[in-house]
Design a protein around this ligand. Sequence first.
Ligand SMILES: [Zn+2]
Length: 368
Amino acid sequence: MEVWSAPYAIFGPEGVVPEGALLTDGRRILALGRRDALLKEHPNARERRFSTYLGPDAANAHTHLDLGLGPVFRGPFMEFVFKAVFPRNEARGLGLAKEAAATAGQKILGDIVAKDDGTLEWWLLEAPFTGVAYLEVLGIMPPEAEREYLEKLRATVRRLKKLERPGGARLGLSPHAPYSLTPSLMRGAVALAREEGLPLQIHAAESPEELAYFQDRTGAIAEFHQRKGLPRDLHPTGLTSIEYLAELGVLEARPLLIHGVQVSEADVRTIADHGARLVSCPRSNLNLKAGLPPYALYRKHRVPLALGTDSALSGGSLDVWDEVRLLLGRGLPAAEVLAWAVLGSREALGVPLPELQPGEPLDAVVGW
Ligand SMILES: [Zn+2]
């Protein structure tokens, strides 16, 4: 008999149990409780102590498996796009997704899929994951092309939605980011998601370049749009990304927002007031020189937080425990960060929360 224990444990939806423990015969969980009580009741059991956490594995609420694996890029956001993402655009797809999937640290993922090339069929029918596979919506195009794009998207969504299985992954939609879709395509994609009952994930307020674009049309995103010959008044100015999404009515759909680094306190309040959630990918934010989100503001306004790795190219490993390690190293409160990784990330993806019971196999828990 062994008693496994850690300073922080999670057994179920109620959250972190300080000095939680379990009793095991090496195969099954026999009892759950406080460390002191279990050690007292079972004086002959050997204790196995984990330095930080004991409980169900984390979930990875945001990644891009189809970008594959490779060296981590460190530099400003648009340089990442030009030097790491664009060169992969051709190869991006099912082959790279499978390669990356083999290194995924978690079994519950929120994954953005850029192409309708069979990756979503793999996700919904075969992949060893649950969670949400979000089809990406991206593009700035003339109104007529946009209407066609949206019609095709509706047909794709309806075809793929039929492949969902009970207990398996769900299909979602991910309008890429406020600056990379026209307002009408953003609205159209969000309306489609609401009509078809699809969860939404949107990158927002990630880089200083994005904020500069929405504030006064300066910075690398504005320059890129200018080089492509896009009109300067494609989007409104004098706003933050969150203000723009709120004005557009997008936040009414309560999307899962990704990153939320370049935000004011008013933005955080807006996110909270709409009942939207945030996935934070701190390693990616640091590698792409965005800084970290203002976690104190999100905690103050009680925005539900989740954690994700982002792609391997900006985050590094596809293991959420590496995000947790970073945040604990920065002095964030361990009980909250662990709850974000384990419970918040499941809630963000609409995956049922774990509820450990005596009798369950020992592999229902990880020690860390
Ligand atoms: Zn991302």
